[in-house]
Write a protein that binds this ligand. Structure first.
Ligand code: SF4
Length: 442
């Protein structure tokens, strides 16, 4: 057992999967009497939950770790641990490189956190746990239902990926695809809904290939249909989807199931077939656009967002123009756009024709300007329309305003009182801005 009444400071980098993993870490540490603190100087344990999908968040981890050296010098009992994707990728090398680091725990070892911390405290020796397991135990850890405090919650349905896109580190750091049994997912969502959660976001690296590794289990559309029946749950979302795994059955389920939010995040990464092939994405631009059209056919109000990268090795001006053209044609509601950065251990890191930084920056700027115009235009087309939103909390911008999201995942701010939190309300959209909408409750 871990010692009593102590504090853990936890910093999270990266995606929603990491955010949710951090919630799980705090939950299992709470069972061992560790309370979370925002004050790093008060902490008995400092944990960094890391991301290695791009170079930037990875560099940040090293700079945060560097700054922790002074705290360790002041308090020799302090335990500093690194988990997540950088931990999985670097393993023992991280301990060799950072002399004041005590613990490295990989993506399949989260459930062992209390035991690993105890080991470090007892032995006063650093520890590294990065083994992959056939069964990922952490998938079935979930924070206790919150008794009406939380409106929304993440639910992990699978982890890992078998796709091996040539730029991506995920299959190496999260392991191969592992789906969680349907009954466990349904059990968790039932408990959440009884605790007052009204919206769940189903998480996984590639949610729409959910179940392909389980024999005789539910398919992803079947899972959605079962969740749709859970009493007290009003909405569900899911992320991330892979364009090649969007089946007709799934498109129909999105259109038909009333609790499935009308929003899809569908990374396309590039609009050039040449680049898509080099990325090993498994679809063409035409196939991608077709899926978008089919989704809008069954569900005209659907919000479509995506990830795209610029400056992938070998991307010439023509390829980049094809990406801009695809953006124009699809008219995304929003885009998450990045410069490609080589990830050690991936195939694309070895490609000879890497693109220089200034070309990447220029392309990113052009692309983001284009998308900003499209996002604004799409938000403005909602002016005058009535939307149902789930009220999530007080708006950051103004205290007397509340905030919530439409089914299509647009943020709406409106004048209202905090007793609306957790309710579905109807608002009239008065104004569409670049990042949000202004509404009036009716
Ligand atoms: S599908 Fe997504 S997670 Fe899997 S390798 Fe490709 S980019 Fe990475």
């Amino acid at each position: 057992m871990v010692s009593n009444g102590k504090f853990v400071y936890l910093q999270t980098f990266g995606c929603q999967m990491n955010v949710h993993d951090s919630e799980k870490m705090l939950s299992i540490l709470a069972e061992n009497d560790y309370r979370p603190t925002e004050d790093i100087n008060r902490a008995d344990i400092i944990l960094l939950n890391t991301c290695s999908v791009r170079a930037k968040p990875e560099h940040k981890v090293y700079s945060v770790l560097g700054r922790l050296k002074k705290l360790k010098e002041k308090n020799h009992h302090l335990v500093i641990g690194v988990g997540g994707c950088v931990a999985q990728h670097e393993g023992e090398r991280l301990l060799d490189r950072i002399g004041h680091l005590d613990l490295v725990f990989g993506t399949h070892n989260l459930h062992r956190l209390p035991e690993l911390i105890s080991d470090v405290q007892a032995s006063r020796r650093p520890k590294c746990a990065v083994k992959f397991y056939d069964e990922v135990k952490s998938l079935d850890i979930f924070p206790a239902p919150s008794d009406g405090e939380k409106v929304k919650s993440y639910v992990t349905i699978m982890q890992g990926c078998d796709n091996f896109c040539s730029f991506c580190i995920v299959p190496y750091v999260r392991g191969r695809q592992k789906s969680r049994p349907g009954e466990n997912i349904l059990g968790e969502i039932n408990a959440l809904s009884k605790g007052g959660v009204r919206e769940v976001t189903l998480l996984g690296q590639n949610v729409n290939s959910y179940g392909k590794d389980l024999s005789g289990g539910l398919t992803f559309p079947q899972l959605l249909a079962r969740i749709n029946e859970i009493e007290g749950l009003w909405r569900m979302r899911f992320t991330t989807s892979h364009p090649k795994d969007i089946s007709e059955e799934l498109i129909m389920a999105v259109g038909k199931l009333e609790r499935v939010c009308k929003h899809i995040h569908l990374p396309f990464q590039s609009g050039s077939d040449k680049i898509l092939e080099r990325m090993n994405r498994g679809y063409t631009r035409k196939e991608y656009m077709k899926k978008g059209e089919q989704l809008r056919e069954v569900c005209p109000e659907i919000g479509i967002t995506a990830d795209v990268m610029v400056g992938f090795p070998g991307e010439d001006e023509e390829d980049f123009l094809e990406t801009l053209d695809l953006i124009q044609k699809v008219q995304f509601d929003n885009l998450f756009s990045f410069k490609y950065s080589p990830r050690k251990g991936t195939k694309a890191a070895w490609f000879p024709d890497q693109i220089d930084e200034s070309t990447q920056s220029h392309r990113l700027e052009v692309l983001q300007k284009l998308q900003k115009r499209i996002t604004l235009k799409r938000n403005q087309t909602l002016e005058g329309r009535y939307e149902e939103i789930l009220v999530e909390g007080v708006s950051k911008g103004a205290k007397e305003e509340m905030t919530g999201r439409t089914s299509s995942n647009k943020v709406v701010n409106f004048k209202g009182s905090p007793d609306l939190i957790g309710q579905l309300v109807k608002v009239r959209i008065e104004k569409g801005y670049a990042n949000s909408l202004k509404g009036k409750i009716i």
